[in-house]
Design a protein around this ligand. Structure first.
Ligand code: HEM
Length: 526
């Protein structure tokens, strides 16, 4: 299967995205409920969900400006936040919020697409419909060209930008009407559009909303515009300054035909899901996107092999299920062995449902997580198979040892700030595979800072491990690994993979499951 520059397949990205979507305490918790301001007090009237939708437009709309196929949803917005066309706190704040969830599997551009999908789900209650989400977007490493249309730009300017980016006039109208169902214009950003008098102690940035229901993704704004009721389309339609009535110019550019067709809850919702899906999939040429992700009813949330001090192999983790009807009390699974056999049926621990108030917000019914823990007696286990529906490989030839691998940050004095990440990594390799000339190495994927953007870039460090000891049928290798450069505070997960030459590769394991309790003064003593 094709891999990206970091060696990651689309399948791995899909699986990681499924884990993200089905984890209501990660990204989607920041936009739940739709009105939430994750970054400040409610009276600021900043709306995280609206910011996440707006960033999609600002990143995508400059596609093809620099040349055919260049630009689109590629997170280049991170390098472009100081441009007047990107005014407002939305861009950097959003990217920092997403960075925590980024990793070698999830690019920032994929997270922007996920953010729109999550925002629409929590703003579209009780249906919580989602944009079909694809993964595989590649982040830009430099700024793209300017060209985001602003409220004072002419209709022709906006039309040129949308046409060049691949959108018809009708799609431009849809995109604007859909985006402007949420949030509003802030006086602090656009003092020419919103009067100072809009600021009150309950609205300190003087937000003037586009419609009467800024916290609901619905056709209220379209209806208010068409019927001339309520906010009548908001500040970009009826604002005092004619020059900045860009929504009005856009909506009536086809004599209101497109906007009229969006004036039922159903037509609005479907039109908007379609247009946001198209925007999310507007990517630079050369990017291969996955098929739309439909989270499988059963997946593995996390799993890892390990070795006890006596050399017994263990395998543990969390299975996750979801469904409109409640998933069963326990999960059934078995381990497949070489030649097509298996080691017999297994039952997980009792599953725990993720609290319902979050579940319903994101539209996956009941989500349940089931812990499991097994010791392996068969050396020929090759797969885990869950509920006859999900299967994942297990490689007993080579694996990282989380219980004997330590996260040992280098600090600025005792208890001080973390200067850099340091690990003592141990891995087990089946002794029969190791020869005198064997090289065992660890690949670490870690976030680094990039000049000019808050978006972390994933870097790779490869370290050779040395033989430490033999435990049962395994040879144990170890190395102290120090991440080069400064720690990225809003950086996301670190992943490790162990390799024996080019013949055997372990599963990729997040440092989250490593041991943190070593008190030895020197890492090699852990
Ligand atoms: C010519 C096209 C467009 C113009 C001139 C325009 C202009 C604006 C302006 C001036 C604001 C106020 C920002 C602030 O004060 O914080 C805004 C907000 C917003 N725009 Fe647009 N916009 C356009 C198209 C779009 C599109 C296509 C989308 C769809 C993704 C979109 C989504 C949003 C959202 C969600 C907000 C609310 C942000 C918030 O409340 O923080 N806009 N837009």
């Amino acid at each position: 299967q094709a891999v990206d520059a970091n060696g990651i397949t689309l399948y791995e990205k899909i699986e990681e995205m499924e884990r993200q979507i089905l984890q209501p305490f990660t990204l989607n918790s920041l936009v739940s409920p739709c009105s939430n301001n994750q970054n400040g007090p409610p009276e600021e009237q900043e709306q995280t969900a609206a910011q996440w939708v707006r960033i999609l437009f600002h990143d995508v709309i400059t596609k093809n400006v620099e040349g055919p196929g260049l630009g689109g949803l590629d997170a280049s917005i991170g390098f472009e936040t100081d441009r007047p066309e990107n005014i407002g706190q939305f861009a950097n704040i959003t990217l920092i919020q997403f960075a925590l969830f980024s990793s070698v599997f999830l690019s920032m551009a994929d997270l922007i697409a996920l953010g729109v999908s999550d925002s629409l789900a929590t703003c579209d209650q009780p249906l919580a419909r989602r944009i079909p989400l694809r993964v595989g977007r590649i982040d830009a490493t430099r700024a793209g060209p300017a060209g985001v249309p602003g409220p004072a730009d002419s209709l022709a300017f906006a039309q040129t930008a949308f046409t060049r980016a691949g959108f018809t006039n009708s799609e431009m109208i849809q995109a604007v009407a859909c985006g402007h169902s949420l949030g509003g214009v802030h006086q602090t950003n656009f003092p020419d559009i919103v009067p100072e008098s809009q600021k009150t102690p309950e609205n300190t940035e003087g937000r003037s909303t586009f419609d009467s229901t800024p916290n609901v993704f619905d056709n209220t704004g379209v209806n208010e515009y068409i019927s001339g009721v309520g906010l009548k389309g908001g500040p970009l339609v009826v604002g005092a300054n004619e020059t900045t009535r860009s929504d009005l110019r856009i909506f009536k550019s086809d004599n209101n035909v497109t906007i009229n067709a969006m004036n039922t809850p159903g037509s609005f919702e479907q039109t908007c899901l379609n247009i946001f899906e198209k925007m999310s999939n507007t990517v630079p040429s050369g990017v291969t996107l996955s098929a739309p992700i439909v989270p499988r009813p059963w997946i593995m949330r996390e799993s890892h092999l390990d070795l006890t001090p006596l050399g017994i192999v263990t395998f543990q983790g969390t299975i996750s299920a979801h469904g409109a009807t409640e998933p069963p009390a326990t999960a059934s699974y078995f381990y497949g062995t070489e030649g097509g056999g298996n080691t017999g049926p297994k039952t997980s621990q009792t599953g725990a449902a993720i609290p319902i108030f979050r579940n319903t917000q994101i539209g996956f019914g009941t989500i349940k997580d089931y812990a499991f823990f097994d010791t392996f007696n068969s050396p020929t286990i090759q797969t885990i198979n869950v509920q006859g529906q999900y299967s994942a490989p297990i490689n007993l030839n080579i694996f990282l040892l989380p219980s004997q691998t330590f996260t040992l940050p280098v600090r600025d004095g005792p208890g001080g700030a973390v200067l850099t990440n340091r690990y003592l990594v141990r891995a087990a390799v089946k002794g029969s595979l190791v020869t005198a000339g064997s090289t065992v190495s660890a690949t670490l994927w870690y976030p680094t800072t990039q000049q000019g953007s808050v978006v972390p870039k994933i870097a790779t460090l490869i370290t050779t491990l040395t033989l430490e000891k033999t435990v049962g049928p395994y040879k144990i290798f170890k190395a102290v690994i120090i991440q080069p450069g400064a720690v990225v505070i809003f950086g996301g997960a670190h992943f490790f993979q162990i390799k024996l030459g080019t013949t055997q590769t372990s599963a990729k394991i997040s440092s989250i499951v490593f041991n943190t309790t070593c008190t030895a003064p020197d890492p090699s003593g852990c």
